[in-house]
Write a protein that binds this ligand. Structure first.
Ligand code: PMP
Length: 367
């Protein structure tokens, strides 16, 4: 008798739950930090032409040289720094973890953070250490520095701004962490376009600093393109682990063309920033809601009976993210992506209608 999956699969993989993506067909979809806008019609026609002409019978350019050139000037990337491309930045996280995963090696992040940091530590057989943020979601620098001394992490991930809290951590505190870290520190700037702050200019100064970006939040989530920027002496080793054709022909061709019109994406990001301010203001006048400050394209807020509110919104056709129960600091927290003005108005109306079902309203507890 061959062995069953339970006997063959690694126990830590048996214990994992797959990254959950809920069905969203027909719903107002505000759960995944996507850009709600499509590209201008001329650019869409150009994309259709490029897709039609793409040599999909051939493997893609394994080095994506032409795309990297465009990225270099679009981001822009400092002279002397290299780029590794991934099938989304998720894949980059995995590449780095695989490269440093010596037996007993530690991957460290803050908690709550992007869940893939922890999951990928498990994939790569690394030990995960999550250092809790303070109750206001700022960095607990002393706790981080203590944990660095205690665990000597090979790899630290800090998202800037952080997901799911939305805030930018204090840059000086991050620099102290980079200076204290014995291994690599990766600053994950997935939400950079909505924040206007970056560690790109620090790369030259810190030999153990790497920086991640993605096109996903900028309006190209479906293309799957993430990137790592840093020194050649690190990136040459990650390149060895990258599967040769991880970025397809269509992704390379379309990303290259859209990035030649980078300003279109940045204009959309600016519209989202403006809408974010409107939404924060409207949320703040709804009784029983506490919205946290954000520098990303989403808003974390606390409400009584968050799970019920989430379900009521879902029944009304609005999908957001329920974080209640995922971490003690996120008790009764929900996360909503900033959508179009129409989607945001719909969300706010449905939120008010959902809250009205709880009358008489009980006061919001303080944490
Ligand atoms: N980093 C952070 C902080 C994220 O929130 C996400 C997506 N939710 C990613 C990385 C992954 O993005 P992608 O794989 O689409 O590039």
């Amino acid at each position: 008798m061959p062995r069953s999956p339970d006997q063959v699969i690694r126990p830590e993989v048996l214990a994992l739950s797959a990254y959950h993506v809920p069905p969203a067909k027909g719903m107002v979809k505000l759960d995944a930090m996507e850009n709600p806008y499509s590209l201008p019609p001329e650019l869409r026609s150009e994309i259709a032409r490029l897709a039609g002409e793409a040599a999909i019978n051939r493997y893609p350019d394994a080095n994506a040289a032409s795309l990297k050139d465009v990225l270099r000037s679009a981001l822009p990337i400092p002279d002397g720094m290299d780029i590794v491309l991934g099938n989304g930045s998720d894949e980059i996280i995995q590449l780095i973890a695989l490269a440093v995963a010596k037996p007993e090696a530690v991957l460290m992040s803050v908690e709550p953070a992007f869940v893939m940091f922890r999951m990928i530590a498990t994939f790569a057989r690394m030990k995960y250490v999550g250092v809790p943020l303070k109750a206001d979601f700022t960095l607990d620098v002393d706790a981080m520095l203590d944990a660095i001394v205690r665990h000597e992490p090979a790899l630290i991930f800090i998202a800037y701004p952080n997901n799911p809290t939305g805030n930018l951590f204090d840059a000086a505190a991050i620099l102290r962490i980079i200076e204290a870290a014995p291994g690599l520190v990766v600053v994950d700037e997935a939400y950079h376009a909505f924040a206007g702050a970056s560690f790109m200019d620090r790369l030259a100064q810190y030999p153990n600093l790497l920086l991640m970006r993605t096109l996903s939040k900028l309006g190209l989530a479906g293309l799957r393109l993430g990137m790592l920027v840093g020194r050649k002496e690190w990136l040459t080793h990650f390149e060895k682990l990258r599967l040769p054709y991880n970025v397809g022909v269509i992704t390379q061709s379309i990303a290259e063309r859209v990035l030649q019109h980078h300003e279109v994406l940045l204009r959309q990001a600016n519209v989202i920033r403006t809408e974010r301010a409107v939404m924060i203001e409207r949320l703040s006048v709804i009784g029983g809601i506490h919205a946290f400050p954000t520098d990303a394209n989403f808003i974390l807020f606390r409400v009584n009976e968050a799970t019920q509110v989430f379900e009521k919104l879902k029944r009304r056709g609005v999908l957001i993210k329920n974080l209640n129960g995922s971490h003690p600091l996120l008790k009764n927290c929900l996360r909503v992506t900033v959508g179009t003005p129409g989607e945001n108005a719909c969300f706010l109306d449905m939120l008010k209608a959902s809250l009205a079902e709880f009358e008489p309203a009980s006061p919001l507890p303080s944490y």
